[in-house]
Design a protein around this ligand. Sequence first.
Ligand code: G6P
Length: 489
Amino acid sequence: REWPDGRPIRQRLLVVANRLPVSAVRRGEDSWSLEISAGGLVSALLGVKEFEARWIGWAGVNVPDEVGQKALTKALAEKRCIPVFLDEEIVHQYYNGYCNNILWPLFHYLGLPQEDRLATTRSFQSQFAAYKKANQMFADVVNKHYEEGDVVWCHDYHLMFLPKCLKEYNSEMKVGWFLHTPFPSSEIHRTLPSRSELLRAVLAADLVGFHTYDYARHFVSACTRILGLEGTPEGVEDQGRLTRVAAFPIGIDSERFIRALEVPEVQEHIKELKERFSGRKVMLGVDRLDMIKGIPQKILAFEKFLEENPDWRDKVVLLQIAVPTRTDVPEYQKLTSQVHEIVGRINGRFGTLTAVPIHHLDRSLDFQALCALYAVTDIALVTSLRDGMNLVSYEFVACQDSKKGVLILSEFAGAAQSLGAGAILVNPWNITEVAAAIGQALNMLAEERKKRHRHNFEHVTTHTAQQWAEFFVSELNDTVIEAQQRIRK
Ligand code: G6P
C-alpha cells in the first residue's frame, strides 16, 4: 500500500491490552493528567515505534460521567490511545476477580483460590461472565476503529476471549494474541473450570504467541489434551483450520536506557548515589509488589547471607523498590504487610544507629532515577517465583555497560532462557542457594563479571521490543496469506 506520491503506507496496528501505556489521574471535572503505567507489558510496548499504532485499553480509572469521558478521550487521543470505559462493578469482577485473583495466580503456578474450589462456584461464574462481558466491550471499541487491512494485536491474559469476539464481528480481521505471562503446564490449566471455553476463544486468533518455546508447548498440549485437537509443529489444527502457535521472546528499547545514562541529570544522580553508598556494595530489587516476584523469599535470603557473613554486614545494602499494584485485591494487601514485617525485623536485627541493611520503597521511581539506580548497582536480584519474561533484568543489563555488575536471576523467569549464560541462575524457593549466590556475586572477579556482562549486553541490545513486534506482525501477515492460499487450494 502506498500514498499517491509513492511513499509506503505503514501498516496500521491496533494494539489492544487491558492497560494502556498511560494511566489517567483526574485533576478536575474535565481535566486529566496522564502517567506512564507500570509493568513489563507497557515497558515493552513503549519500545515499539516503527508502526502506525493505535492503543486500545483501559486507562485505570472509573469515569462514570460523560463530561469526564469526553475530556479523557480527547487527552488520550494525543497519545494515540483509545479508551475502553469499564465501570466499577466490571473492574471488580473482571480485573480484580477473574484476571488477578484467578488467572494470574494460576498461570504462575500458585493455583486457584481455595474457596473457589469448593463453595463459591457462583462467584467464579459471575466473575467469568464479567470477564466475557469486558472482553466484548474491548471488541466493540476495536470494531468501531477497525479499518480494512489493519492488524489487530491482542495482549495478555485479560483478553483471552477477544480473538473470538473479533472474529465474530469480522472473520477477515487479522487477529494475533500474545501472552505476557507463562502459560502453565496443561495439568495446571486443567484445573480451571472454564478451561475449554478460554482455549477455544484464543484459538480463534490467526497467530498465538508466547515468550518461550516451553509456554507455547504447554499451550499446544492443553489444546490436545483438554480439547482433543491435533497439535502440529506449526500450531493447533481444528477441522482443517490452523491456529499458528509460536515463541516470540520480547525485549526492551535498550537504546532508550543507554541514552538516558548520558543525560546530565542522570549523571548527577549517579554521582549522588555513589557518594551516598560509598564503601558499600549496592544490591537492587525492582518489582511490582506481587506474590509472583518472590520478594519475601529474596529478603529472607539476604537475611541468611547477613547471618552467615558478619564481615559483610556493614559493607552491603539492599535497595528494594516495590511498586504497589492491584491494591484492591486482598492477596496483594496481605503481601504488603508481610514484606513490611520482614523488612522491619531484619533492619531491627542488623541495623545500626546510622545505617540499615534494607531500604524498602513502596513506590515507583521515575525513569531517570531508575536508570541512575541501575547504573550504580553491583548486584541485581531478580528472584521471581515465576515470571513470563521479566524485563527488569533486561533494563539492568542495558544500564551496566560501565559497571558490569552481576545479575542473580530466577530460573523460573522467561529471561533465564536468554540471559542464563551471563547471570547466576537460582531457584528462588531455595533461600540457602540464593544466599550463596549473593556471596558468589559479591566475590566475583572483574574478568568473569566482564565476560558474563558481555554475553547479556549483546543479547539485550540485539533483541529489542521493536524487533519482537516486527517479527510478530510479519508472522501474522504471513500466516493469514498462507491460510488464504490453503483455502483456495
Ligand atoms: C504484568 C501483566 C500486564 C500488566 C502488568 C501490570 O506485566 O502481564 O498485563 O499490565 O503486569 O499490572 P496491572 O494489573 O497494573 O496492569
